[in-house]
Design a protein around this ligand. Structure first.
Ligand SMILES: [Zn+2]
Ligand SMILES: [Zn+2]
Length: 357
């Protein structure tokens, strides 16, 4: 039995998509996907700053991603913009492009690229776990599946996010005098953590750092159920004992954080699986909450889309490529440079994230 679909003989994959220094390029349509440098025409999977950059001639993306880019970079972020409606085909040249939910952050999409019967899915960043703040990932059967591998090692297995949030709320109950400061990426993770806290029944106000209030307001305007969200006023930090404060990861070690009463520092990230990382960052309460597929979810997704060939963009590419080989799938790393600076990137990118978000 083979997992693979029967691939079209009419078109070589490199005619449809090729990796270039600027990002994935489609020669037949003359567009780039998630380009890392300014190009004439860009298709963008989601609003994290390593995928969505300012300065392109024209951008095609979902309505939410366009709005997020405008919030972060200003209305002039691109020469022209065009909205991609999920599920609806946009034809450029002889190529059909279709945006399909990726389950990563609000507005995030996979891009299905298809011509002459050859179908490649560019999944962008994605996760399979339920997220109350965005549409869930929809697997699309394809000939070639292009995947990230941020957490593509067997050590990365993310527990259910609601159990991690339960740990946070238990700590709040045990230490009612202390402020719980939760580091979370400004786009997506922060709002997901807030929504999960609400689902767990916590109904007091949740306080947010000023760097993330615009994006949080946007999520609320798009229907996220975040309850009573208040911006932290610097002068009032001393009075926030017992409260939950969400801030960019870079802020948990700042002087800013030390003005709260006896703070407990938490960090919501897939990297918190690695104890040494939590210690390094002075995180007392690591919360393993990720917006990326873990090792099991990467494998499950690869099996589900039934592609005969897997291309790995960034992250732990070698390990995932090796695994594909063990189950008889053709796979290769693309060595794309410039991704992983936000979302759940290496900590080096976080300062940038705090500014952008
Ligand atoms: Zn990314
Ligand atoms: Zn991302």
């Amino acid at each position: 039995m083979t997992l693979a679909r029967q691939r079209s003989q009419n078109l070589r994959p490199s005619e449809l998509l090729i990796p270039t220094p600027a990002g994935l390029y489609c020669p037949l349509a003359d567009i780039h996907i998630d380009p890392v440098r300014p190009v004439a025409r860009a298709l963008i999977t989601h609003g994290h700053s390593d995928h969505a950059r300012a300065g392109h001639g024209a951008v095609l993306a979902t309505r939410e991603t366009l709005a997020i880019m405008a919030l972060r970079y200003g209305e002039g972020f691109a020469g022209e913009r065009q909205e991609a409606v999920p599920g609806v085909v946009t034809r450029i040249g002889a190529v059909d492009f279709r945006f399909v939910p990726a389950g990563h952050v609000l507005g995030s999409a996979q891009i299905v690229v298809e011509a002459k019967g050859l179908r490649i899915v560019v999944s962008g960043d994605y996760k399979r776990e339920r997220d109350p703040t965005c549409a869930g990932f929809e697997p699309v059967p394809c000939d070639i599946f292009i995947t990230e591998a941020t957490f593509g090692l067997p050590v990365f297995r993310h527990p259910p996010a609601h159990l991690e949030v339960a740990k946070l709320l238990e700590s709040v109950r045990l230490f009612p005098e202390r402020t719980h400061i939760v580091g979370a990426y400004s786009l997506g993770k922060a709002q997901r953590v807030m929504a999960l806290i609400r689902e767990a029944g916590f109904d007091r106000p949740i306080y947010v750092h000023g760097a993330m209030d615009k994006l949080t307001d946007f999520y609320i305007s798009e229907g996220a159920q975040l309850g009573d969200i208040r911006k932290v006023i610097a002068a009032e930090r001393k009075s926030l004992g017992g409260e939950i404060v969400i801030c960019p990861p870079s802020a948990i070690q700042d002087l800013w954080a030390r003005k709260f009463p006896d703070p407990v520092t938490a960090f919501a990230s897939g990297w918190m699986r690695i104890r040494a990382r939590a210690r390094q960052r002075g995180v007392e309460l690591p919360l393993i909450i990720s917006d990326h597929a873990d090792w099991d979810a990467l494998q499950a997704t690869i099996r589900e889309v039934q592609a005969g060939e897997i291309w790995v963009t960034h992250g732990e590419a070698e390990a995932l490529v090796h695994w594909c080989g063990t189950v008889g799938l053709k796979a290769k790393p693309l060595h794309l440079v410039g991704y992983g600076d936000e979302g759940e990137a290496e900590p080096a990118g976080e300062a940038d994230n705090a500014v952008a978000g």
